[in-house]
Design a protein around this ligand. Structure first.
Ligand code: SF4
Length: 207
């Protein structure tokens, strides 16, 4: 745990861009429609947003499709200006990075690798297409480690020569607002994170 205030850092970036009258482009990695809802509502006033749905951690093609369709429906129904890019489902990439880490608890080393896998795709995509910034919706979840997410983002920013947009979207009631928006649009809110280990963990809790 470090003592950085990521929300304050994001405020500063937004203020600076606003004062310079620039509206940067942002490639936003999205894990699911509910998590993206507040983030789109919040950032759409300041950025031209493209959403990248890339989540090879999903435990089945059906789940992948369901979550990606919900994202497209949300954007259409809420009238967000975001463009949506849905990547193909490639679970072998998640299998590669999670091998040997299957027994890790949720929030442990497997998850850090999972964040990086998805954020790397976003950094690569954004850098190749000349976006100003990239970031991910992942920090909206109270179960995800915002320090790790920002550390990974900053490392990838150097590797891919693109700016990482600092975030801790759960702040300012972001998580609470995402639940309100999910209810408003009747979004599918999955009860497990995504991988088969998280599904098994959830099923174990419910027994
Ligand atoms: S629990 Fe979630 S973040 Fe962790 S590895 Fe599984 S899908 Fe990825």
């Amino acid at each position: 745990m470090n003592n950085r205030n990521y929300q304050r850092e994001l405020d500063f970036i937004i203020k600076e861009n606003t004062e310079r009258k620039v509206r940067p482009s942002l490639l936003l990695h999205v894990c699911c429609a509910p998590c993206s809802s507040y983030v789109q509502e919040y950032l759409q006033d300041y950025f031209d947003i493209t959403l990248l749905f890339y989540n090879p951690n999903m435990d089945s093609a059906g789940e992948y499709e369901h979550r990606s369709r919900e994202l497209e429906r949300l954007v259409a129904e809420a009238g967000y200006a975001s463009k949506v890019v849905i990547c193909g489902y490639d679970p072998e990439n998640f299998a590669d990075i999670s091998r040997g880490f299957e027994e890790e608890p949720e929030g442990g080393a497997r998850c850090r690798r999972c964040y990086e896998l998805r954020m790397r795709k976003a950094a690569e995509y954004a850098s190749a297409r000349g976006y100003d910034y990239f970031t991910t919706t992942l920090s909206i979840s109270p179960y995800k480690n915002a320090d790790w997410i920002n550390e990974i983002g900053e490392k990838l920013a150097v590797e891919y020569n693109i700016k990482h947009l600092t975030s801790d979207f759960k702040k300012r009631n972001g998580y609470k607002r995402s639940i309100e928006l999910s209810k408003e649009y009747n979004l599918y809110r999955q009860d497990y994170c995504g991988c088969r280990m998280s599904r098994k963990g959830r099923e174990g809790e419910m027994k």
